[in-house]
Structures are given as structure tokens and as C-alpha cells.
Design a binder for this molecule. Sequence first.
Ligand SMILES: Cc1ncc(COP(=O)(O)O)c(C=O)c1O
Length: 388
Amino acid sequence: MSVVFDSSKIISLDDESFRSELLGIASKMGDVIPLGRGDPDFHTPKHIVEAAKKALDENKHHYTPPSGLPELRNAISKNFKEKYNLDYNIDEIVVTAGVQESIALAMLSLLERDDEVLITSPRFTTYDLTVRMCNAIPVPIPTYEKNNFALMPDIIEQKITNKTKLIVLVSPNNPTGAVTPPENIKKIADIAIKHNLIVIADEIYADLIYENHEHLSIGTLENMKERTLTLNGFSKTYAMTGWRIGYIAGPEDIAVKMSEIRHSLSINSCTFSQYGALAALEGPQEEIIKMKEEYNLRRKFCMRALDEIGFTYGDPGGAFYIYTNVSKSGLTASNFCKKLLENTGVLLFPGTLFGDEQDKYIRLSYLQPIEKIQESMKRIKGFINEHK
Ligand SMILES: Cc1ncc(COP(=O)(O)O)c(C=O)c1O
């Protein structure tokens, strides 16, 4: 007898079939240049790998406290102090299996049925799914190219209702690379205080800020620390996506609740990965600086090439993405991605995969060596000329 599953309606999956279609096409082609994913092409710095190996050799094979190794939480606490002059004691910090798990823990510990969550958009759609897991409602806060995709305080105010509980502030943002400027962040803090909202500040890209752009960590503003959860991790800055280590800092009572929930989900983050993360924070930072310099060279190259093609974009102040308007090609962004891939082997993803309702933008991630990026831009130019 076959079993018919009546699947839960709490989570309705977004249509990911287009991503799979593009990846399917790419898998059958040779010479593909992938500019779609958000995974650094650099490897994790050697001293971090060595620290994890040493932990294994020293029999660090066991559980840690659910909130993480005290040494690692101490290093994270020191980092908050040095970087932002923020005082978090180690009981206010929870180490997680990547920022991905931090997002779920934050939502599960704070939300009740029908609460509304305002989310910087276009967006990292994990936010939608985790909000829905709690029977709560994701509310996109649109950002626009004319504002360089910065989050605008007046648009946030328009979306607030008596059900609004959280603002998710992602700066720099994925997929736009937008850095919301300090003057907007200050106004967003005032709005959070006025309406008694909690802010989830996803700062996973905060170390990847370029040129004249400036990151302001909202928890540093007056009366904000007590209403902010700051999320950060090692995946992007340290090229450690596979290690699965992130963290959350916030008020101790919420941290305690999050560690209880995380104990039920996964007990603790991988122990030897935590030793790697400790070495990342305590060890030399030269390689991080070099990676960032290289990202910036690639970023500037892509911006120049897009200018030559005549594709516009919001100023990408951070992360490693450029959110580009491809309307000039005469194609929708989805069609552009498909035809470009089939004709040239350059793989990009449309903004529709990031909750963008207008099918006009693509996310370009410059996570390939510069020679490959140069080649991809040549191919894009050739494709546009042929399809004029
Ligand atoms: C905005 C944002 N938050 C969180 C994550 C998850 O990162 P992690 O690898 O730390 O789980 C990503 C990954 O792309 C992201 O872009």
C-alpha cells in the first residue's frame, strides 16, 4: 500500500525550479563560468585549517556547550569590543551552525503566530522560510536602484502595522551588495524605538565594505543594544562556508532561549570547526585583507565593463555582488540568464530567485579569478552585440 503524504502547509516552498533548470543546462556544458553562487573561490587560510587539524589530533571530538566553546565566545566578545566598542559578555553570545541557523534561532525564539517581520528586499529568502516556520508573516521592504538599493526609513514606516514585531536589516545586502548608509541606519533605529520593534542585524558581509562606503552596526546606537540581535559568521569573510560557524549576540534572556532551541536542533556547532573559527579571530588577518583587496579589483573591473555595456546597477558598496539591470538587452532577466548561459556558458541568476517581483535584474557574484571574470565580460558583451 502506498502512503500519501499530506504535506504541511506551514512551509510552502518557493519555486526553485528555474535555478535547477539553469544548473541542469550548465552541468551539460563545458567551459562554464559560474558567477551565480555566494561561495568565495578562495580557500580557507592555512593557519585556520591547521588549528582544526590540531583540535582533532588533540582529541577534541566531543560535545561543547550548546552556546559554543567559552574560548570562542570570549574571542567573539573581544572582537565586538575592538571593532564596535560593544560590550557583550559570553552569556550573551550563541555560536551557531552558520548564520543560516542563527536566522532560524532568532525567529523561533522571538515570533508568535501572525507576527509580521519586515525584511530588506530583494532578499536572502531563508528569511521568508524561517518566518513562515513560525506561522508568522514575512513583509518585504523594497529597495530601489535609484537609492543604490539602500534601505529607506520612510518605506519601513509605511509597512508598520500593529502586528509588526521585527525589522531584518541586512547591510551589506545579498543580492544587491548595497550598504545602507549610517544616516539611514540612525533613522531606522529611531523607528525601532518609536514602535517598540526588535532589530535583527545580519552583518555577515560587514567586513566586506569597499572604498567610501561605511558600515554602522545598529546595536552600537543609543538604546539599541537591548533591542538588537546581531548576526555574523565566518563563511564569507574567512572563506569558511563549509565549516558552518556563525554566531548571534543579543540580550541574555534571548540568548538562553536560543541555546535551548539549538540544543534540540543540533546540540552544538561542530567542535573542530569552532577551534578553526577561534584561530580565524585570533590569528593573522593579512589573508583576509588580501582577499578583500582582490574582491575590490574584480568589483571595479565588473563595474567598468557593465558601464561599457550600458547595464545599470546600484552602487555595490559591499559583499561580493552587483545587482544589475539587464532590461537594455530587450530580455527579461530570467530569459537573459538562460540565453546567456546557452550561448556563452556564463552562469548568472535572476533577481526573481531573491524575491524580486520585477524580472529585470541579475545578481552577478564576482567570485572567480580575474582572468575568468574578464573572459565572462567579453562573452556578455559579445552576446549583447549579437542580440541587438
Ligand atoms: C544575508 C545572508 N545571511 C546569511 C547567510 C548564511 O550564511 P552562513 O554560511 O553563515 O550560514 C547568507 C549566505 O549566503 C547570506 O547571504
